[in-house]
Design a protein around this ligand. Structure first.
Ligand code: ADP
Ligand code: MG
Length: 247
């Protein structure tokens, strides 16, 4: 059987001098094209490590990741990364303008400014950027403001929306937002997730409940996987997280 994304017994050990950290151990799961896979689990469980492996930022210590039945390697991971919109917990900003940062990787003269304006609105950054002296042509480093965690996170969301990728990987994409902007940005993200293959670390039960596959990660292991109703019926760790409202 062919699967779009397949993790097979994937482990990742970080080595820091003498210290070894088993961040992910023996992880196996698979998803089909167009499905939404949600990763849940406490801080330090290995969620970001799983995404970094999937993006080919580093290779598994053991096991194999396959995309479209082809093993992910150092040689083919760039092509894969080009198909993915990735919203990470930490954002890299260049010292260019807001427009250039939203359209990262696109030559300044080729930037579709109308589209940049649209995605800034979608990510609830329209008012903020308009309030700057030179609007979207203000250099990020010169705008006289220190961007808040939420603003940085929304810039990272604009990049994913602008790229319009077939695959989305969202790592706690709304964790730094206040409740009001979270609701609005969440709506923009849910629109973006439609008809796309999405892997997402999510905290909202509404997103989690609708997932095609939930992987529950605890101390580096996928301890349970399945759909919401199946996992609730299991009455295990996932059910515990639901009862505690702890995602
Ligand atoms: P999560 O995203 O679920 O919070 P992470 O994947 O970031 O978890 O981390 C899993 C474990 O691996 C943690 O113990 C963390 O401290 C460790 N870890 C993560 N990244 C690194 C790294 N680059 N080097 C060493 N240890 C790391
Ligand atoms: Mg993380």
């Amino acid at each position: 059987m062919e699967h779009f994304v397949k993790f097979q017994n994937v482990s990742k050990v970080y080595t820091m001098g003498e210290v070894k950290i088993n961040a992910l151990h023996d992880a196996s799961f698979e998803i089909e094209r167009g499905e939404v896979c949600v990763i849940v689990g406490p801080s330090g469980a290995g969620k970001t490590t799983l995404f970094n492996l999937l993006l080919g930022f580093y290779a598994p210590t053991e096991g194999e990741i396959a995309i479209d039945n082809t093993p992910l390697t150092a040689d083919n991971c760039r092509r894969w990364q080009q198909r993915v919109g990735y919203v990470s917990q930490s954002l890299f900003l260049t010292d260019g303008t807001f427009a250039e940062n939203v359209a990262l990787g696109i030559a300044p003269e080729e930037i579709d400014r109308k589209r940049v304006k649209e995605v800034l609105e979608m990510a609830q950054l329209g008012d903020f950027v308009r309030s700057l002296d030179k609007g979207m042509d203000t250099r990020v480093g010169e705008c006289g403001c220190r961007l808040s965690g939420g603003q940085r996170q929304r810039i990272s969301i604009t990049r994913a929306i602008l790229k319009n990728p077939p695959i989305l990987i969202l790592d706690e994409a709304t964790s730094a937002l206040d409740t009001e902007s979270e609701r609005l940005v969440q709506e923009a993200l849910e629109k973006l997730m439609r008809n796309r293959t999405t892997l997402v670390v999510a905290h909202r039960l509404s997103t989690i409940r609708n997932a095609d596959l939930i992987c529950v990660v605890h101390e580096g292991r996928i301890v349970e996987q399945g759909k919401h109703d199946e996992l609730v019926a299991k009455n295990g760790y996932y059910k515990h997280l639901v009862d505690m409202q702890k995602f």
